[in-house]
Design a binder for this molecule. Structure first.
Ligand SMILES: Cc1cc2nc3c(=O)[nH]c(=O)nc-3n(C[C@H](O)[C@H](O)[C@H](O)COP(=O)(O)OP(=O)(O)OC[C@H]3O[C@@H](n4cnc5c(N)ncnc54)[C@H](O)[C@@H]3O)c2cc1C
Length: 352
């Protein structure tokens, strides 16, 4: 009997798989990555700063230290490259913003904001519409989520059942769970927003947000290893190819690309660059955000060998490594799950 069945094939499932692997917890992954496109649509950016209020993102330093170590180890394990350190270029629109930036860069955000105000004199940014000056965020970067999931799937291929998970076929008692021929001590569901179809965890309060992105070709746009953030983001993928995002929609939750999304993205792009471009692809996915913007992790209130790992929302890349470690320590060493993420906070939603 193995320790866990992991249901899902996105970021959450793959990060857990790596952490189980390095802690000798045996597992099978069951899932089909075609059901939700979230992990493929994302740009995978991590940013220690909340621009709206110019404050530190929740647990930023702990999460970033953990993610750097974690994904670097994964790169070595699967022999691929998906982690890139990049600064975030934040153009200013008002003088007031610059004053606040410098003040914060010298105090509470000293580790995350460069305290210089930059003039637009970098030739590689010449085709970006930055009217005035800009600031620079440190300790930021991005994970190529598609490559991470693809190369992890290849590495764990012996442990993967590439199929739709039918909850009706799950049989369990106090000590084991059985799904077709797989028998495990536990099962953990990493289904993203599709947890709404899971009869055991459909009560967890997600507030999913659909998002669309574009991949564009813009040969005259020259910046490298950077993220430009101005009412959206633009990030270089490879020579002359960029990803642009993202939209937010809480009403139409599907992976379908929309004309409305396309128009919004084009308008973002027009405010970001002043050179020709062509669209390579248009992507859409649904972020599994939770109502309190914290992950939702832990055991089912009634069935103690059923677990959930969800609610990664807009910051899955930062959150998943740290909280998968928290989960592993909870499982192996009986250490508590952090209250802020423990699914227990929503037990009152469970009708039984
Ligand atoms: C437009 C957009 C931009 C984003 N940008 C960023 C960003 O810059 N930085 C960042 O950190 N995050 C970003 N995110 C969020 C990030 O993508 C998510 O936090 C993360 O991908 C969630 O991973 P997950 O594994 O929980 O869910 P998902 O990626 O949705 O994975 C769920 C998996 O479970 C499978 N599954 C579900 N039900 C079943 C079933 N019954 N049978 C079989 N398989 C099943 C699905 O097919 C899928 O493979 C963005 C998201 C979007 C949409």
């Amino acid at each position: 009997m193995i320790d866990f069945i992991i249901v899902g094939r996105g970021l959450a499932a793959n990060v857990l798989a790596h952490n189980f692997h390095r802690n000798n917890i045996s597992f099978n992954l069951i899932g089909n990555d075609k059901l939700s496109n979230c992990s493929n649509t994302a740009a995978g950016i991590w940013n220690p700063v909340v621009f709206k209020r110019l404050t530190k993102s929740w647990l930023a330093q702990d999460l970033i230290s953990c993610l750097n170590k974690f994904y670097t180890e994964c790169e070595l394990r699967v022999n691929s490259k998906f982690l890139t350190q990049r600064v975030i270029i934040k153009p200013f629109t008002e003088d007031q913003e610059k004053k606040l930036w410098v003040k914060k860069a010298e105090s509470e955000l000293i580790d995350f904001l460069d305290d210089r105000i930059y003039n637009l004199d970098l030739p590689e940014l010449s085709n970006c519409k930055i009217s005035n000056q800009y600031g620079v965020v440190k300790q930021s970067g991005n994970l190529d989520l598609s490559e991470f999931c693809k190369s992890s799937s290849l590495f764990f291929q012996q442990n993967i059942l590439d199929e739709f998970f039918d909850h009706k076929k799950l049989i369990f008692n106090d000590t084991s769970v059985t799904y077709n021929n797989v028998i495990a001590k536990n099962i953990i569901f990493c289904e993203g927003y599709l947890v709404k179809n899971n009869p055991y965890f459909n009560w967890i309060p997600l507030k999913p947000a659909k998002g669309e992105t574009l991949i564009i070709s813009a040969p005259n746009l020259k910046f490298k290893n950077k993220i430009v953030n101005k009412n959206g983001f633009l990030i270089d993928l490879k020579n002359g190819v960029f990803k642009l995002g993202a939209t937010y929609n809480w009403d139409h939750l599907s992976d379908e690309c929309t004309d409305h999304g396309l128009q919004e993205l084009k308008s973002k792009l027009n405010s970001l660059i002043n050179c020709d471009y062509s669209i390579i692809s248009h992507l859409a996915g649904v972020r599994p955000s939770s109502i309190d913007r914290r992950p939702i992790i832990g055991a089912h209130p009634e069935y103690k060998n059923l677990f959930v790992f969800n609610g990664l929302g807009t910051k899955g890349v930062m959150l998943a490594p740290y909280f998968s470690e928290n989960f592993v320590n909870f499982y192996l060493k009986n250490e508590p799950l952090m209250d802020d993420v423990n699914v227990k906070r929503f037990y009152s939603n469970y009708a039984g």
